[in-house]
Ligand binder design. Structure first.
Ligand code: ADP
Ligand code: ZN
Ligand code: ZN
Length: 720
């Protein structure tokens, strides 16, 4: 057998491919161009000088070596191999996730330095004279602080490009090739005792792997702890990776990091232009980037001089990728921390039950921040019993009175409802018919402004029927409330106060969300109506009332994680109130004021509620006290799904350590016109599960009906 190079190619096959080596040889971690079928593909060399698995005659040769030195270092190669194996990914897909798109092509690497935009002397005069407005003004303000690259500007001032063109033409800004010296860092506040203790604990673990869970209510100063630790890591010549769950949180964090640390901060997320993303990745690889801030996929950033990894809002489901390579960025951050020999700091006001169980088991060290340094008092939380109340569009008198008092004091109120649209159902009162998506068999949501019925599961749009299609009755009634209807009701009731709706509809434009929030930083009354988007991180100093409506669905869900999610959501949304000096209030409107989860949460807080939920999970041997793998299947015909699942079930090895649930229909048995089913494997420990998985996965690929279905395996699924 000849010696070959083994290559990971971006194809959805759980295998690697052998090629005859190029003349000059090639190193592991380098990219190569190889023939694949009739095409050429870029792959990553996973092994070199190994023995071929197939006969030599069929082997093709590497066409071209793209990197003389490995692009992926030994640590990343090892971590990716582990991750592909653990999450049952096609190896090529794991590498494809790790490499920015621009680096998956057979082109020279982009230069790592990009020109920065800078303000000119004329620009400073114009700014001092106040001669520009709007986006131009904002750009001049930003550049007056320090020169910025396009990637930075994209997160700080979306839509800045037009302003830059105008100002460039007027000679007020220019492009410079050099990397700027950063502004002098702002000074840090003296840390509280708890903050200092957390910093000391993590800093004491610099240079070795140790996971920490920093548990602190919103506003307790977690970010200050990160900042102090990042500064220490930088001072000792180390790089830091900070993960956040969504890009909406990046601009304010970037600003804070840059102001405090006085170093450029690389931002890596999937909305970034591909060239920018590749440049940032390469700057991290060559050590130029000292602090990398990013969302899920940034967990693959090379960190040759790693000192610390921080995962903020570690409980957030956005860290789990839900298609293709189904990795969890928090878990992968821990794997990297171990390989790199650095501490990993997970932070949250509402830690995941997984992380709490890891603390309990002694795998993570817990750090607590119990006080809020800046707020006078933690917000008061109260349940509003809405039974037997006269509701105005779903809003109780107590809730409306509280909104009234708040705006009368010149403060802001947030009415939180996690549902877009006008009403979740359009119903005929005469016969009970309701509008339904034929492709999902779920109610269509009425969107009044768009004058359409929309399926929130498959995005199908339908016209609003003028009369009931079943009985002809002319009166179809919207049932329930979405944010659009609440906005309308509140605007009618409080005509003198601006009512702002913040959801995916109103923030479709990239910069709309930031602009809406910017307007709210002022000290003027306003009523916000918003979804999930508002639950996270954003600082609104004049917001003193948070009213949460429509959480009751979460109390009756079949998903065993619903209780945990509801508790996290309530606590996170409540955390928006009273962030500044003004005391905050939270109202939770429900039909189930006696529900133990709500009672427990209000009386004893998240930590106690989480302990109760953990006890239930242990009792029921559910994660984190068991490990799951979910086989999902979908096809156009129900019989095809059932046939595949039956074959898959039969292909499972008999093992008393494995528990199997199903075959059964998925929680949504039909979605976008496809029938869906699933099979759940469970075991108390990972060992027996992982022992059977690869073989089973291969067996599934060879089943008679495998070509007629779409199927996937999800290791540690977070929604069933
Ligand atoms: P978290 O990340 O936990 O939500 P932050 O770190 O953002 O909390 O802190 C909340 C607010 O309290 C911020 O305005 C921050 O500047 C302020 N703060 C945090 N720690 C201190 C401190 N030790 N002294 C003074 N202010 C602090
Ligand atoms: Zn009818
Ligand atoms: Zn649908």
């Amino acid at each position: 057998m000849p010696a070959v190079v083994r290559v990971a190619l971006p194809v959805p096959l759980a295998r690697l491919f052998d090629y005859l080596p190029p003349a000059g040889g090639v190193t592991v971690g380098s990219r190569v161009l190889v023939p694949f079928g009739r095409k050429k593909m870029v792959g990553v060399v996973v092994a070199a000088g190994v023995e071929a698995e197939v006969a030599g005659a069929r082997l093709k040769s590497v066409l071209r070596v793209l990197d003389q030195a490995p692009l992926l270092d030994a640590e990343l190669m090892q971590t990716l191999a582990w991750a592909a194996d653990y999450w049952l990914a096609a190896p090529g897909e794991a590498y494809a996730n790790a490499l920015p798109l621009a680096l998956r092509e057979a082109r020279p690497l982009p230069a790592t330095s990009e020109p920065r935009w800078a303000i000119t002397t004329a620009g400073r005069s114009a700014r001092d004279a106040g001669s520009r407005r709007g986006a131009s003004r904002a750009l001049l303000d930003a550049l007056a602080e320090l020169p910025l690259g396009a990637a930075d500007l994209d997160v700080r001032l979306p839509g800045w490009r037009a302003a830059a063109r105008r100002l460039l033409a007027a000679g007020l800004v220019e492009q410079r090739a050099t990397v700027p010296a950063a502004a002098a860092p702002a000074s840090a506040p003296p840390l509280s005792g708890e903050q200092q203790a957390a910093v000391d604990a993590v800093a004491g673990a610099f240079g070795r792997f140790q996971p920490f869970l920093l548990d602190g209510v919103t506003g307790s100063g977690k970010t200050e702890v990160y900042l102090a630790l990042i500064a220490q890591a930088l001072a000792s010549g180390r790089q830091v990776l900070l993960l956040v769950p969504e890009i909406g949180l990046a601009p304010q964090t970037v600003r804070r990091l840059r102001d405090r640390l006085g170093v450029p901060v690389e931002v890596i997320h999937s909305n970034l232009a591909e060239g920018e993303r590749a440049r940032a990745w390469l700057r991290a690889r060559n050590g130029e980037a000292r602090v990398v801030l990013g969302t899920r996929s940034a967990v693959f950033t090379p960190l040759p001089q790693a000192g610390l990894i921080v995962v903020d809002e570690e409980h957030d489901g956005a860290y789990k990728q839900q298609e293709g390579f189904r990795y969890h960025a928090r878990d992968l951050a821990l794997v990297r921390g171990r390989a790199l020999g650095v501490p990993v700091l997970l932070g949250s006001a509402t830690p995941s039950l997984e992380s709490l169980a890891n603390v309990e088991a002694g795998r993570y060290r817990a750090l607590h921040l119990r006080a809020r340094p800046s707020a006078v008092h933690p917000p008061q939380v109260r349940i509003v019993d809405m039974r037997a109340q006269r509701l105005d569009h779903g809003l109780s008198p107590a809730l409306l009175a509280a909104v009234d008092e708040t705006v009368a004091r010149g403060e802001q109120a947030l009415v939180f409802r996690n549902r877009r649209g006008y009403a979740p159902v359009l119903l005929c009162h005469a016969c009970g018919w309701h509008a339904e998506c034929p492709r999902c068999e779920r109610p269509l949501t009425l969107h009044a402004q768009r004058r359409a019925l929309v399926c929130h599961h498959c995005d199908r749009n339908a016209a609003i029927p003028p009369a009931c299609p079943a009985c002809g009755d002319a009166e179809l009634k919207p049932q329930g409330q979405g944010t659009e209807r609440l906005e309308e009701a509140l605007a009618a009731r409080f005509p003198l106060v601006p009512v702002l709706r913040i959801d995916r509809e109103t923030t479709r434009r990239r910069d709309a969300f930031e602009q809406l929030l910017e307007g709210l930083r002022e000290d003027a009354p306003a009523i916000l109506v918003g979804t999930q988007m508002l639950a996270k991180g954003h600082d609104l100093p004049n917001l003193t009332l948070v009213a949460i409506v429509g959480v009751d669905e979460g109390l009756h869900s079949l998903d065993f994680r619903a209780g945990e999610r509801l508790a996290q959501l309530v606590v996170q949304v409540a955390g928006r109130a009273g962030r500044a000096r003004k005391p905050g209030r939270v109202l939770l409107q429900t039909h189930h004021p006696e529900h133990p989860l709500l009672r427990g949460l209000l009386a004893h807080g998240y930590a106690a509620a989480a302990q109760a939920l953990l006890a239930e999970r242990r009792q029921a041997t559910l994660p984190p006290y068991a490990h799951q793998v979910l086989l999902r299947v979908e096809a156009h015909q129900r019989v095809t799904v059932d046939a595949f699942l039956a074959e898959a079930y039969a292909a499972l090895p008999v093992d008393p350590a494995l528990r199997v649930a199903g075959p059964m229909p998925a929680p949504m048995p039909l979605r976008a016109g496809r029938h869906r089913g699933q099979l759940l494997l469970e075991a108390d420990t990972r060992g027996p599960l992982h022992a059977v998985l690869r073989a089973w996965q291969q067996a599934l690929a060879g089943l008679p009906s495998t070509r007629r279905v779409r199927w996937s395996l999800d290791v540690d699924p977070i929604d069933l």
